[in-house]
Design a binder for this molecule. Structure first.
Ligand SMILES: Cc1cc2nc3c(=O)[nH]c(=O)nc-3n(C[C@H](O)[C@H](O)[C@H](O)COP(=O)(O)O)c2cc1C
Length: 143
C-alpha cells in the first residue's frame, strides 16, 4: 500500500470532514496516512509520499484560499509534480465547481497523474459524500 499524504485547508470544517473521511478510507484499506493542515504542511515532506490528496473549498470568486492554500499549491507547482499520483477535493456552496476544474488543470500542467476527477461536496458533506470520500481514500491507498 502506498503512503498517502493529505493536505487540506478548511475555514468552517466542511473540507476537513472530507479530509478525515478520505484518511479513514485509506487507513482502512491498509495504507499509512498523514494528514496535514496547509499551514503546517512542508513541501519536501509532502512530496516524499508517492500519493497525495489536496483539499480546499471554493473561496474568493472560485479560487483557492489565498493566504495558506494558494501559496502551498504554488510551492508544489514550483517543485513540480511529475509522476505524482494526486486527487483533489473540497467543499463549495453556490458555484458549479469552476475552482476545482481550474485547480485540476493546474496540477495536470505540473505533471501530476490524477487518480480521479476532483471530488466536490456541496456545503457540509452528507453521508453519501462522506462515502465517496472513503472510497476515494481506498482508491488512493491502492494507487
Ligand atoms: C470568503 C468566501 C468565499 C467563497 N466563495 C465561494 C465561491 O466562489 N463559490 C462557491 O461555490 N462557494 C464559495 N464559498 C462557500 C464555501 O466554499 C463553502 O462555505 C464551503 O463549504 C466552505 O468549506 P470549509 O468549511 O471547508 O471552509 C465561499 C465562502 C467564503 C467564506
Amino acid at each position: 500500500m502506498s503512503m498517502v499524504h493529505i493536505v487540506f485547508w478548511s475555514g468552517t470544517g466542511n473540507t476537513q470532514r472530507m479530509a478525515e473521511a478520505i484518511a479513514a478510507g485509506a487507513a482502512k484499506a491498509g495504507a499509512p496516512v498523514v494528514v496535514s493542515p496547509a499551514a503546517e504542511a512542508r513541501v519536501e515532506t509532502v512530496l516524499a509520499a508517492p500519493v497525495l490528496a489536496l483539499g480546499c473549498p471554493s473561496m474568493g470568486a472560485e479560487v483557492l484560499e489565498e493566504s495558506e492554500m494558494e501559496p502551498f499549491v504554488m510551492a508544489l507547482e514550483a517543485a513540480g509534480l511529475r509522476g505524482k499520483k494526486l486527487a483533489l477535493f473540497g467543499s463549495y456552496d453556490w458555484g458549479d465547481g469552476q475552482w476545482m476544474r481550474e485547480w485540476q488543470e493546474r496540477m495536470e500542467k505540473s505533471g501530476a497523474i490524477m487518480v480521479t476527477d476532483g471530488l466536490i461536496a456541496n456545503n457540509t458533506p452528507d453521508a453519501d459524500a462522506l462515502g465517496l470520500c472513503a472510497a476515494l481514500g481506498a482508491k488512493l491507498a491502492g494507487a
